[in-house]
Design a protein around this ligand. Sequence first.
Ligand code: ZN
Length: 493
Amino acid sequence: MSNPTAYQSLVDHQRDIALLGSTQAVLGWDQETQMPSDAVAHRAAQLGQLTRLTHQMQTDPRIGDWLDAAGNSDTDADQACNISYWRKGWDRATRMPEDLAVALSEASSVAMAAWQQARATDSFPEFAPHLETLVGLKRREAEAMGWPAGGEAWDALADEFDPGMTAASVSAVFTPLRSALVDLRASVPEQTTADISALKGLPVDQQTRFLKDLVARMGFSFDGGVMATSTHPFCTSLGAGDVRMTMRSDEDTLLTALGSSMHECGHALYEQGLPRVFAGQPRGAYNGLSIHESQSRLWENHVGRSKPFWEWFTGQIADEFALPGLDAEQLYRAVNRTEAGLIRVEADQATYDLHIMVRFELERALLNGDLKPSELPDAWNAHYRDYLGVTPDSNATGCLQDIHWSMGAMGYFPTYTLGNLYAAQLFDAARAALPALETQIASGDFAPLLAWLRTEIHDPGRLHSPSELCERVTGKALSAEPMLAHLGRLHGV
Ligand code: ZN
């Protein structure tokens, strides 16, 4: 077999795998947005069947031969990018023992049900044995995948979510960030609550229309995407030309619906901007979850919570909802209020990352055997006291609040904070490249910012690793400084 043929065989085979994956995504989207509850069992069977087919295709022994042959030929940068990710995927798929894959899938579906029950009844002991099983299985998975010398089990799991992310690289950024955020929390002056009562109880249909206009103005293409409503907002790509996102359906104030819409739109703009010529190939795919999150946070926090944005957007709200007395400064203060709380998903910009650090340190300790699952509640509460100055009054509002660990997702949480850090650093670079950026945002003109993101972040897809991309675009390695400077400006400290 000649080498170009081997490469083309890989392209074709991987495109078929990607097509199956996108078919699963269609079913998942339907399940979240419209499927009737009686269809649960049938949908699970459909998804299970597709998972089996996908796994068979991912472990097709011909892939190993094609990779060996293609890897020995002259390749350009795009092909080399594809081969390296396909090699990684092949290694992961073939290193995973089948009995372990089955055990993990069964243990996590049982653990999710136990977690739901334990959270509802605030009973950690009901969940503890399931967590213990999962930690043991994830540890086995990490050992099967392996990690570079000097690393640890966590690294093997994290690499799947963010290529190259390790516990050591995360710690290097998190440790200085943590003490700075703890200090910031203590020094932010007392904030008076802005009066935002005018934005409560607005007609839901009108809010939906209004926010659709906003995302279109941000650059979301309704020819290549859909915006629907759901209880938990999310964004998913169903393939080239089809990006779906949702906004909250149950908001009592326009501000929370606005924040989640801009967040999901940031994800959607990234997906719509990925190079379509490489659809179904790693070269045309998103560059890990941290960079994905950076795109949502950049729009949500650096655009949507900025003064220039509110100079423009206050007038838009006033016109649409006939509220002439709105004050831009009050709204700007309201969306930037900070207060330490117990719940991660309700946290603001200045405290959110402290919630993530608690989870990162604890899951790392669990995987390394430094923390027993039964000791989790005490360790959790002690971390919350130290970092956030608050103590959970129950495990339901403490260590049982997130679904991630019960699903077996370990090594995932730091991508949220890395996304925040990338967002701040990228936005600084955008400001430097676009001197008129603030004036443009103050007039509701987002096109120059989107064009910059398209060129610098979206077009490259996975061509460079996330850390290389950051250096190329910002001239520096990822650091906590830009985000700390941003928070300092925001809170005047
Ligand atoms: Zn997100």
